[in-house]
Design a protein around this ligand. Structure first.
Ligand code: UD1
Ligand code: UDP
Length: 380
């Protein structure tokens, strides 16, 4: 993918069609945006895809564009990593310039990352209508940067696209207008279901040295609450090593915290294999065959729910309680994780499991209908 420092103009000829600008930037944005962009192609409008550059490693960014059939971004702001204020501000500066230049008719933001809130603030101050995909999720934990991003983004969005019923209630309590809330389902699950049958568990397992004929656990860890503070890291190492005493564990490790985990001896266990982040289809191929997943990711809680893979979430709370009530998820602490894994290994995987309402693979088209309706468009 080409990185443009500054703006690349003219990759779409807008003519008189409305301009919809999608804001992506971090790994979880890409599987959410892909089905929306695809479904909007059926309407007479012009789309512009912005990558803020919040994530930039090949395996955190470019691989998703290849594997998910996303178009190459029209604009990459190339902001890179930084402290919250610096990163958010750099995105805002770049987007203000872009929106001044191209004047969108609608801005679409995804999820709860810094790129989401930065775009939302710029759009609302410029009087540009804005839609938030995955609105209304709440962990009620304001120590999480994502919770602040969610609260602020929802408060200023014109269209609130909701993935689960609980989110409707949260938005209602916060005073959102009922006609701004649209229960559309989960676009991340559209992407999963599109790829599910072609995932090659055995092939990926062989490539990363996992024996897929025996139980194994896949883990992902990146939340500040687990990997930023050395005291938390020390507990985490102990906890995950106690899991690896029972079963081989494979961890495609997010770059955040890698250094701290390494220093704390995380990698020093014979049944623990730490590798770089995997591409989307490789990662989910491994998850599909896993006896259990240990994670602090938001999206992985949802994907395991739909795949029926037991998910042990190493967090004190979740903004996705539907994955507990309708899915395979349970919250665990670092001290309870090893026993929880033992239980899950003994119980085995369930033959059937419930799936949350509207996580059916058709959220993208529903979202496109709402967005196009807002612009007064019907299918071309
Ligand atoms: C961000 C999101 C988080 C989301 C996660 C998904 C915010 C506040 N947080 O967290 O909600 O769950 O993405 O993965 O937006 N880094 C690299 N290469 C990259 C990207 C990051 O090495 O391509 C390293 C850098 O050292 C960087 C650190 O990871 O400082 C954190 O990156 P950042 O985007 O700030 O936050 P995440 O922890 O990735
Ligand atoms: N993912 C991936 N490779 C990995 C780990 C995760 O492709 O090595 C995918 C995962 O399947 C999901 C998305 O990344 O689609 C979730 O991103 P992440 O956990 O970074 O963010 P969160 O959902 O916690 O915001």
């Amino acid at each position: 993918m080409t990185t443009f420092h500054g703006l690349q103009k003219g990759s779409h000829v807008s003519g008189s069609q409305p301009l919809v600008v999608h804001i992506t930037g971090a790994r979880p944005n890409f599987p959410k945006a892909a089905p929306v962009i695809a479904a909007l192609r059926e309407f007479p409008l012009t789309q512009l895809l912005v990558h803020t550059g919040q994530h930039y490693d090949e395996k955190m960014s470019e691989v998703f564009f290849r594997q998910l059939g996303l178009p190459e971004p029209d604009v990459n702001l190339g902001v890179g990593s930084g402290a919250h204020g610096a990163q958010t501000a750099a995105i805002m500066i770049g987007l203000e310039e872009l929106f001044t230049d191209r004047r969108p008719d609608l801005v679409v933001v995804y999820g709860d990352v810094n790129s989401t809130v930065a775009a939302a603030v710029v759009a609302v101050k410029m009087g540009i209508p804005m839609a938030h995909v995955e609105a209304g999720l709440r962990s009620f934990d304001r120590t999480m940067p994502e919770e602040i991003n969610r609260l602020l983004t929802d408060r200023i969005s014109d269209l609130l696209l909701v993935t689960s019923v609980d989110a409707i209630a949260h938005l209602g309590h916060e005073g959102a207008a009922a006609d701004s809330i649209h229960f559309v389902g989960n676009p991340m699950i559209d992407t999963l279901l599109r790829h599910l049958d072609s995932l090659d568990t055995e092939g990926v397992a062989a490539a990363v040295g996992v024996d897929a004929s025996q139980p194994y656990v896949v883990a992902t860890l990146h939340r500040p609450g687990n990997v930023d503070d050395p005291a938390d890291v020390a507990e985490l190492v102990k906890s995950v090593h106690a899991v690896a005493d029972q079963v081989p564990v494979l961890i495609p490790l997010h770059p955040r915290g890698r250094g701290r985990l390494e220093e704390a001896g995380f990698m020093d266990h014979p049944q623990l294999s730490v590798i770089d982040p995997l591409g989307y289809v490789e990662f989910l191929g491994l998850v599909k065959g896993a006896a259990a997943v240990v994670t602090d990711s938001g999206g992985v809680q949802e994907e395991t729910t739909v795949m029926g893979v037991p998910c042990l979430t190493l967090r004190p709370n979740t903004e996705r309680p539907v994955t507990i009530t309708h899915g395979t998820n349970q919250l665990v602490r670092r001290d309870t994780l090893p026993a929880a894994v033992a239980e899950v290994l003994a119980a085995g995987r369930q033959a059937t499991w419930p799936v949350p309402p509207l996580w059916d693979g058709h959220a993208g088209p529903r979202i496109a209908e709402v967005l196009a309706g807002h612009l007064g468009l019907t299918r071309s």
